[in-house]
Write a protein that binds this ligand. Structure first.
Ligand code: ACM
Ligand code: ZN
Length: 515
């Protein structure tokens, strides 16, 4: 027996290790791929079922980057260094993927890893306005996000089709807004007739009421925080507000149009939006955002600002009076007015606003975070045309998620796919090839915070459907954002994903085939 083997056996005896260093150890499969990994001979085994603190020696090391870690597995044991708690948590996620379990024993290959994320914003959006999934599904999603080192849950809880937040003192919101008379029939396609006119075949079945209580919201936020995931709440204004308008019809320009005191039954966009000429709209929104600030500790509040039809604003006497008072020549300028008003209100609570790229069209404050969804390089629509890369050049912090690359409710190129999609096509290779910094000049790259996977839910009907569309594409997103463009390697990813997909399926995840 040579000296090295003798040391290994001695350490195994000393630490109660069982198993054999001579056992074949599979090549490590880690998703997202770490920045640097050296695989050494041998392994370390220990009687345990799960990774916990008692399995490794930890040392705080402030020389390491935020969220980063250094992990060493030798035949003698495991040690982790990190500058912060998040780094230690991510080392544990890596250990979970390194471990193989047999008969109550965990075995780890010997490795030296130094790792840190390429982007600070590594997210996923969940839309529960169109379909409501409930807190257990959200917690499962959080678990899987954490396992892939994603750290932002953009929780989209208000839509034309449903209001999902029960706000104390405003019971009408869920009484009228958390249900709809019917929904598009499963399998029916939304047809557009132009100018915000859409139609699907409806199913005649009441949907809801579905909503979260304050206690449930706090529970999910705390659960996410325990997994180093920040929940960024979105209350989408001033459009996409038909469910709130069902509760308070006087907040829209023409209340007489609101015949049904329930959320919008069809997909698509309602032209009944908040009246910006009405001072009560401002009072209402301040109350809503005050509640959001109380419940969500995130320093970023998403206020939507996408796809707001201005048809009513152009005709409404109150909106026209506001335009005149402010010296506006176009109804669209009312959107910038309400954005600035809410930015100022939220700033008093120490919050920064975030919005879809439309928010940048009308003099949004420089502190606003933009979310590029229509284009990354080119121009978005709006009063002033600003694309994601151009917005970063102008000094806006940006989350880049062009719909053509990051809307995972779009098709994924599978043949015989049993699930329904609105269209598009983002196969795994396309999801993987996405670069949040594409088209961004080098000096503006510091403004690219990252990206996220979008799970819009018009055509996502339940948790199995959700998982199918999210995974494996969100694995690709995790490499885009953690591993980064310089180290990404699609061929290597595909090889790892063969095993990783089996791992996810074993965990009960309805992960789609690789494509
Ligand atoms: C969006 O897809 N309307 C942000
Ligand atoms: Zn109005």
């Amino acid at each position: 027996m040579n000296m090295r083997c003798l040391l290994v056996v001695m350490s195994m005896i000393a630490s109660g290790v069982c198993g054999s260093v001579f056992a074949a150890v599979a090549k490590p499969v880690i998703v997202p791929a770490p920045q640097k990994m050296k695989v050494n001979d041998g392994s370390f085994s220990v009687k345990a079922k799960e990774i916990d603190l008692s399995l490794y020696a930890f040392e705080k090391d402030t020389s390491l980057p935020k969220e980063g870690y250094a992990l060493s597995v030798t035949a003698k044991g495991i040690s982790v260094r990190s500058a912060d708690e998040a780094g230690r948590f991510y080392a544990e996620q890596t250990l979970r993927q390194l471990a193989s379990e047999k008969g109550g024993t965990l075995t780890f290959p010997c490795v030296e890893i130094t790792d840190s994320p390429s982007f600070v914003w590594r997210g996923a959006l969940l839309d529960e306005g169109r379909h409501f999934f409930g807190k257990e599904t959200v917690k499962n999603m959080i678990d899987l996000m954490a396992y892939h080192k994603l750290n932002v849950l953009h929780w989209h809880l208000t839509e034309d089709q449903g209001w999902r937040i029960d706000i104390p003192g405003m019971p009408e919101l869920v009484k009228y807004g958390s249900w709809r008379k019917e929904s598009p029939k499963h399998g029916s396609k939304l047809q557009s007739f132009g100018n915000f006119r859409y139609k699907s075949e409806l199913n005649g079945q009441k949907y809801g009421p579905f909503y979260y209580t304050e206690a449930e919201l706090r529970e999910v936020v705390a659960y996410a925080a325990s997994k180093h995931i920040r929940v960024v709440p979105e209350v989408d204004i001033p459009g996409h507000m038909r469910s709130a308008i069902a509760a308070y019809p006087n907040l829209t320009c023409f209340p007489e149009n609101i015949k049904e005191r329930s959320a919008h039954s069809d997909w698509g966009i309602s032209t009944d939006v908040l009246c910006i000429g009405n001072d009560e709209t401002v009072v209402f929104l301040e109350k809503v955002f005050d509640f959001i600030c109380d419940v969500y500790p995130s320093e970023v509040n998403h206020i939507g600002v996408d796809e707001c039809p201005r048809i009513n604003w152009e005709k409404c006497p109150k909106c026209r009076a506001r335009m005149e008072k402010e010296g506006f020549t176009k109804a669209g300028q009312l959107q910038g007015w309400i954005t600035r008003k809410m930015a100022a209100h939220l700033a008093k609570r120490g919050r920064r606003i975030m919005g879809w790229d439309e928010i940048l069209a009308d003099d949004a404050p420089k502190s606003a975070i933009g979310q590029s969804w229509r284009t990354q390089k080119g121009n978005g629509a709006g009063t002033t045309l600003v694309g994601g890369a151009e917005a970063a050049r102008l000094g806006y912090d940006m989350v880049m998620n062009p719909h053509t690359e990051t809307y995972y409710d779009y098709r994924q190129g599978l043949e015989d796919d049993p699930f329904q999609y609105p269209g598009g096509n983002i196969p795994l290779s396309r999801a993987y090839a996405f670069d949040p910094c594409a088209g961004v000049v080098p000096e503006a790259r510091k403004h690219v915070l990252g990206s996220q996977a979008q799970m819009w839910s018009e055509y996502i009907w339940n948790e199995y459907d959700l998982a199918w569309k999210m995974w494996p594409r969100a694995c690709a997103m995790s490499e885009v954002l953690w591993t980064g463009s310089e180290k990404k390697d699609f061929a290597d990813f595909l090889v790892r994903m063969e095993k990783h997909r089996r791992r996810l399926i074993k965990m009960g995840v309805n992960c789609a085939p690789l494509r």
